[in-house]
Design a protein around this ligand. Sequence first.
Ligand SMILES: *[C@@H]1O[C@H](CO)[C@@H](O)[C@H](O)[C@H]1NC(C)=O
Ligand SMILES: *[C@@H]1O[C@H](CO)[C@@H](O)[C@H](O)[C@H]1NC(C)=O
Ligand SMILES: *[C@@H]1O[C@H](CO)[C@@H](O)[C@H](O)[C@H]1NC(C)=O
Length: 421
Amino acid sequence: MEKLLLGLILSSIVATSFAYIQIASKKPLGTLYRWKQIDYAYPTPQARQAAISTGQFNQLNVIPLGVERWKDRVFISTPRWKSGTPATLSSVPIGAQTESPPLEPYPNWNWHNADNCTGFTSVFRMAIDHCGVMWVLDSGQVDAFEAPRQLCPPTLYAINLATDTVIGRYPLPSQFVLQNSLITNIVVDSRDVRCRDLHVYIADAWRFGLIVFRNEDTSFWRFGHYSFYPEPLLSNYTLHGLNYQWSDGLFGMSLGKYHQGDRPLYYHSMSSSLEFVVSTSVIRDPTRVSNSVGEFKLLGDSRGANGQVSAAAVDRNGVMFFNLISRDSIGCWDTRKPYTNRNLVVVAQNNNTMIFPNDLRIDHEVPQMAWIITNRLPMYQFNLINPNDYNYRVMYLDPVAAVQNSVCQPEISLSDNQDMM
Ligand SMILES: *[C@@H]1O[C@H](CO)[C@@H](O)[C@H](O)[C@H]1NC(C)=O
Ligand SMILES: *[C@@H]1O[C@H](CO)[C@@H](O)[C@H](O)[C@H]1NC(C)=O
Ligand SMILES: *[C@@H]1O[C@H](CO)[C@@H](O)[C@H](O)[C@H]1NC(C)=O
């Protein structure tokens, strides 16, 4: 990893506690790639020009959303939110010779050209299991920012990354997709070495549901809970002078460490300052769908004003990283410690390069790396993207170095930390 990333832009990051100012030091946060505008690897310049002429490709409307990493590639989704996105899932090599490489439609162009639900429609996010299968969430909906049309059912795909072939296609059953559902995010839970006991957890941010997929028999079921709703005042956002209202519910999900046959699912609504937890043994049991209300629990403190979080992930050391979308920041929390403000720390912050950190995933490498996409989504929504500025970034964060000497470091307790200061 170090070798591959050599020569890429490194920025300094600060560790700032929510309540107190902590130690600021040089930490390994970097930008792998950045783009002013997204471009695609067309087979010829003529093909690219033709796509622009017909409106099939409109660069201003293309925005990257989801990110994942497997070995020497990074995968990026570009949902079809406005017209002119020619491909909705792509890869880029990690070692490209340019800081703005063109996206290569994945697994190939054919998957992006069909308009009859045999190919991809509008991919939101991906989650890769440790066996090398990428689980892809296709919302099936296009033109969400113009005139939304549900062309195909939301669909979960499984892609074998060793062969680049689609090995599974699982449309969500219609009884679990409600009117105006927005199926936005997924995490994959696989525990055994061969990924036999695999489940995928899927968030419905607009109709406040948690949908579970069991790979063994390809069945789905759906939980509802009041903790999946947005908080009214946290639905009012102000970011870099823009005021907007988003009432997004269940969104960010991350899996804690496997312990005594179970592991926790941490989750939150996007328009919220609260984190919750449920045991995966509960949600993996379809008989619990209507008799588990007490199993979904508040984790701890409110993160307070501007405490909205998009994606989150937990690394092998049990440290959670989360995107603070109203603070141009990434935060951390050591899952062994109480979820209190004093145990939450900002590990990276930048009001230019980190405007709207949207997706965050932690890879399966040794050592691990966290991958973040920042995409200025509110500016995109209001057509305020400046094509002369760097708007979109794939960033990486070393999760071990990032928490060193902060209260997120597993060996450090709050009292140790206070002693150090
Ligand atoms: C769907 O579209 C693709 C590409 O245009 C075509 O090859 C395929 O035959 C179509 N399938 C159906 C069932 O219409
Ligand atoms: C929403 O935020 C704006 C900008 O900060 C503020 O003027 C307005 O009063 C807020 N609305 C509510 C209901 O809090
Ligand atoms: C960004 O941060 C810098 C340094 O902290 C500060 O000087 C500047 O005013 C900030 N800009 C915005 C738009 O918040």
